[in-house]
Design a protein around this ligand. Structure first.
Ligand code: NIG
Ligand code: FE
Length: 427
């Protein structure tokens, strides 16, 4: 089916427009260099930004285009949530309360609860059920201004269910106006069938599941949960080398609970991103910066696990490109709150509002290999943008945990406004 794109649109009366710039991730000090326009307009042709500027200058070119009045609202690029696990069945609210009483996340994992509980429920769920559950979560994402989202498999740990999770994302791509990038996370946990045999399980994934995903040709990334008690450094290196040889780009859940050195491994292998990084060492952070591997920080997970946040400041000062994402999942973080991410980034991660915006837009796009196409507002890029119920994007962290999104445009088409999904079947 062909992509839907707005033929032409002229958005005028924008109060303040803020955007990062560039076709690749912004690293270090570049993260704070956000371009700011006042009293400006956006001219869109064929679903892409054609020009940004003053009404008097742009109007002439845009005479035939329908006009949209932003009524003085602020404008930013659509948010990119570059790390989620939004396709799963069942719930784990019991664990949330156990954690609140002090039981560690990994203890539940070791007792066979945790991820395995979601695996059991997801294995039992039909494709229709997974699509229904995923759709509701995508609707919430749209309402929060997310126009591109990554979704990981990893609640199947067998061929059939992993494929079913990916099929659910395929189907949702045809009915929801967001870009969905699937990641193969079969190496999320060791299923009971392979208890204490991590390497054999990984070899099974390489042998029997990789070819299926390669054949589909739509799964750019392979990810692994590199963690003590799950997949260690050597198993992770072996697996990711196989993935790279099979043509996948790489992501890692790295140094979340124990400082295993997953961030260093990500840099060594040239991974696109290393995610979590709560326990990453200074040396490994420098290695990420040197390798150009994006540091994807997930503050909602640290909040939920009551762990010290990964300091965004430390990563940016070391020269890294930092992305921020939700990590929406049924266990360690059932939240997709972009507003709370903004507030945490500024109040606890030591980031400026400009750096947080870059992390949730351009660098999120780069973490998904899409920085040349989306993530910033500049001529030639997709017209994925938001209008906010605020005069300036500076309000994004200041209205702590509150949704400021007024309207969401995907490829120039208004797809969400005032609580309603308006979008066409497919973007
Ligand atoms: O990114 N840490 C591993 N994976 C997820 C949690 C998955 C779960 O608890 O279901 C994460 O936090
Ligand atoms: Fe995760």
């Amino acid at each position: 089916m062909a992509e839907n794109r707005q033929k032409a649109l002229f958005v005028h009366n924008i109060g303040e427009l803020w955007t990062a710039e560039g076709l690749r991730a912004a690293a270090g000090p570049a993260m704070g260099r956000v371009k700011k326009f006042r009293d400006t307009c956006l001219y869109i042709e064929d679903g892409r930004i054609s020009a940004i500027g003053e009404e008097a200058r742009l109007r002439a070119a845009a005479t035939a285009a329908p006009t949209f009045d932003a009524e003085g609202r602020a404008c930013v690029p659509g948010f990119i949530d570059s790390h989620t696990h939004f396709i799963f069945a069942g719930w784990r609210e019991d664990e949330f309360y156990w954690r609140a009483q002090g039981i560690p996340y990994m203890e539940m994992h070791q007792r066979g609860g945790g991820i395995q509980k979601s695996v059991d429920a997801t294995r039992r769920a039909s494709l229709e059920e997974l699509v229904r559950l995923g759709k509701a979560r995508l609707e919430t994402m749209l309402s929060l201004g997310i126009t591109t989202v990554e979704g990981k498999s990893g609640y199947g740990l067998d061929k059939e269910t992993e494929l079913r999770q990916l099929q659910a994302m395929d189907e949702l791509s045809t009915v929801m106006p967001l870009t969905i990038i699937p990641t193969f996370l079969g190496a999320h946990s060791i299923p009971p069938e392979y208890k204490d045999r991590p390497r054999e399980f990984l070899a099974f994934l390489v042998r029997e599941v990789f070819p299926l995903f390669k054949k589909r040709g739509q799964t750019p990334f392979v990810d692994i949960f590199c963690e003590e008690g799950v997949f260690g450094i050597e198993d992770s290196r072996w697996y990711l080398e196989q993935a790279r040889a099979a043509g996948f780009a790489l992501k890692l859940h790295a140094d979340e609970v124990k400082p295993l050195g997953g961030a260093g491994l990500a840099a060594e292998l040239g991974a696109t991103s290393a995610d979590h990084l709560l326990k990453a060492s200074d040396q490994d952070i420098q290695a990420l910066a040197a390798a150009g591997t994006i540091a994807c920080l997930l503050p909602l997970t640290a909040f939920n696990l009551r762990e010290p946040y990964a300091s965004g400041r430390r990563f940016i000062d070391a020269g890294c490109a930092v992305a921020l994402a939700s990590d929406l999942n049924p266990g360690s973080c059932y939240s997709q709150s972009i507003p709370l991410i903004f507030a945490l980034a500024v109040l606890y991660l030591g980031m400026s509002i400009e750096e947080a915006l870059t992390a949730l837009t351009l660098n999120g796009a780069a973490a998904l290999g899409l920085a040349a196409q989306t993530g910033s507002l500049e001529p030639g890029k997709d017209a994925d943008f938001l209008l906010l119920n605020a005069p300036s994007p500076g309000h994004l962290a200041y209205h702590a945990g509150m949704n400021l999104v007024h309207s969401v445009f995907k490829r120039g088409i208004l797809v969400w406004q005032n609580g309603n999904v308006l979008g066409p079947a497919r973007i």
